[in-house]
Design a protein. Structure first.
Length: 179
């Protein structure tokens, strides 16, 4: 019997990258980090879209409801600039919010830069999927994913999603011991 292939949405929210003004390094950084973490089969569903609330909402809904991604990871649009609306779009499409993700990512980022307090990344649940907002810089993406990813496989387990296995030499997921 073959393992279920987990679909993971990767969304870069950037006006300039979506217009082709520069290469999207952030979305590629997410794929690279997840590839280093995951040993179970998975497929990236990758999008580069403009920093527009309705566009972001539509992309998240499509990835969860139509593409059936168990996890959607966004990058960009989490700062205080007027066009940074990823957290609002995420909140608008989620059934329940998971504020601990944003709290931990900010705490981790504060170890490196004092401006981490300007970040508004968050996470939430839509149906059977977890949506996580990451910052836009590739270095910060890895730092934040290293902090929160240990909880993600168990979160997906609780939502009855695919069982994600990891290269424990790279990242060790936490799953409670069965009693």
């Amino acid at each position: 019997m073959s393992e279920e292939v987990a679909k993971i949405g990767i969304v870069t929210c950037s006006d300039r990258a979506s217009a082709g003004l520069y290469e999207d390094l952030s979305g590629k950084a997410i794929i690279e980090v997840l590839t280093s973490y995951l040993t179970s089969p998975w497929e990236a569903v990758y999008k580069v879209i403009e920093d527009d609330k309705i566009t972001i909402e539509e992309a998240l809904i499509e990835l969860v409801d139509k593409q059936k991604c168990c996890l959607v990871v966004t990058t960009g649009g989490t700062g205080p600039a007027k066009r940074d609306v990823t957290p609002e779009a995420t909140e608008n499409v989620c059934d329940r919010m998971m504020p601990g993700f944003g709290e931990l990512m900010r705490a981790e980022s504060l170890k490196y830069v004092p401006t981490a307090i300007l970040s508004r990344q968050t996470a939430g649940l839509r149906g059977d999927s977890l949506i996580v907002n990451l910052p836009g810089k590739p270095k910060s993406i890895k730092e934040c994913l290293d902090a929160v990813f240990p909880a993600i496989p168990y979160c997906i387990d609780l939502m009855e999603g695919p069982f994600l296995t990891c290269n424990e030499a790279v990242i060790k997921p936490f799953r409670p011991k069965k009693s």
